[in-house]
Design a protein around this ligand. Structure first.
Ligand SMILES: [Zn+2]
Length: 92
């Protein structure tokens, strides 16, 4: 878990707890049936603008962590290439 993820979870603790009751684990809280967030919104238990902010932050966090792992993978393959070219040089 990154610091950013922990920060979002702490800021929106009640929403994170509610989201655990959604029928789907990857619920986007939009049109999914059995969504606990939408149910709480309908009942006026939570604030719609706050949910929107939380969803935006969570989406950004997902985007950031995915690009980070992609970058890591690119770095790995680059090192492999460098190593391979160095070995070729040594053989000569
Ligand atoms: Zn949901």
């Amino acid at each position: 878990m990154t610091d950013a993820e922990g920060g979002i979870a702490a800021l929106f603790d009640d929403l994170v707890t509610l989201a655990a009751n959604c029928r789907f684990r990857d619920c986007q809280h939009e049109t999914e049936p059995g969504c606990a967030i939408r149910q709480a919104l309908d009942q006026g238990q939570i604030d719609a603008p706050r949910v929107a902010r939380w969803r935006k932050l969570a989406a950004e966090e997902r985007f950031n962590s995915s690009t980070l792992s992609e970058r890591k993978m690119q770095g790995k393959s680059l090192r492999k290439m460098v190593k391979a070219s160095q070995q070729k040089k040594n053989r000569r």
